[in-house]
Design a binder for this molecule. Sequence first.
Ligand code: EPU
Length: 428
Amino acid sequence: MDKYVINGGKPLYGEVTVSGAKNAAVAIIPATILAQGPCLLENIPEISDVGHLFEILTMMGATVRPVSGTSVFIDTSDLSSHKVPEDLARQLRASYYFLGALMGRFGEADVPLPGGCDLGVRPIDQHIKGFEALGASVNIGHGYVGIKAENPVGSHIYFDVVSVGATINVMLAAVRAKGLTILENVAKEPHIVDLANFLNSLGADIRGAGTDVIKIHGAEQLHGTNYSIIPDQIEAGTYMVAAAATKGNVLIRNVIPKHMEAITEKLVKTGVSVVEYDDAIRVSGETDSFQHVNVKTMPYPGFPTDMQPQMTTFLSLAEGTSIVTEGVWDNRFKYISELCRMGASISVDGKVAVVQGVPALSGASVRAADLRAGAALVIAGLAANGKTEIEEIHHIERGYTNLVEKLRSLGADIERISVPDAGPACTG
Ligand code: EPU
């Protein structure tokens, strides 16, 4: 039961470099199954979700070898199984990308229903709709999704909801299906474009990624590649908000400023200074007070749901009342009760949080309910007066590379400490 201990109230100063994007890496790593040749992936984030995907690939017969720093060699030519082991798959959401990748390579897949953050109901009906349209039969039983598709053929698929996961999974399944596949009402997140670029570098023919319609001409064979993953939009956004909330001044490097526009716009409205460079952003919160602003999360290019907890935490310190509306997930306000333990004044009604700004937060013992909830509590701890202890940090380490080291290099007083397991707790 390791935890973070933060002595807050110190502005962050200096420079930090953003790592490769989690949600691109967790799609591209399973996608290497489609390559009939070795792949060298660069700018891979050092996070536990990635570690689990490497373990799954290795158990299935792939060669996975770190090359240097953040580069990894992956060769799936000798993959001997189309079944994904259950224990590992349940550790993360992205294990479901093995469905599309294995269907694309073998026409067959057996993948456990995925895990991931508990953000409310997380159906996969749109993934299944896409696989079936390509000619697959899909069966769910004993906790597994089974796919059989002898001769997948291209199809015209209109998604009922905009889904990152379904867009990615069906792209993976369609990339080698015979003929033309047209996907409509797709997600447009930067990691969708990154996956399409990766697949095209293998010899796929995918056009339109980043727009509402993606067209895929099935390729008979795909080869190996060298590919560098884009920087993480949400990690960058988290450091932007941390700099603002602590009233610091931080240069955030390895950023694509275009990906940050929705976050930048809201921060600027509160009075934070944001200066964009080619591949960096400087954020300064060196001001007496911040102004309230309303935020509604939406699929890209809207304000990202994965930044909602961090932004709400910052707004809890802004003057006046901010309204934060969660437009993607049913249940993404579980961290609010923990923030309130730290002195925030926030009430939640369904998908809307009413944030009444307070002059300061105070340190407390809190628990991370999920990945971004944990990031929000780290920001709260950095900004708060006194000591904050955050438990359940394994959620945070699913998605942030070297968080403690990076924050310490910015002057934060944060430590990761190991605590012996106290045994089962009485929960009443
Ligand atoms: N949905 C359906 N049916 C489906 C799929 C999705 O109704 O078949 C609904 C969901 O219930 C949700 C909405 O569509 O209300 C959007 O879900 P989406 O499929 O886009 O989410 P996801 O693919 O499961 C990814 C990220 C999440 C991020 C969301 C939204 C990965 C591994 N996860 O999840 O990231 O919140 O997109 O941008 O890429 C995180 O990194 O902290 C995280 C949770």
